[in-house]
Design a protein. Structure first.
Length: 62
């Protein structure tokens, strides 16, 4: 099971305290996402290929 240890905040976390965003932890096989305001709560974990597909879907098309 993937147990994330190093989290990083979204580059879109905005101004102020920067807590209104998600954090992500990655490995070669998985990606985990959590709410930065409640880091002790549940995380969502995805296989890396599925998460990459999700991110590609969010990008604007040219």
């Amino acid at each position: 099971m993937f147990r994330p240890t190093t989290w990083r905040k979204s580059s879109y976390s905005g101004g102020g305290d920067g807590n209104n965003c998600v954090e992500i932890a990655t490995s070669p096989t998985h990606a985990a996402v959590r709410d930065s305001k409640a880091p002790a709560r549940a995380t969502l974990t995805f296989p890396a290929p599925a998460f990459l597909t999700f991110l590609e879907t969010l990008k604007p098309r040219r």
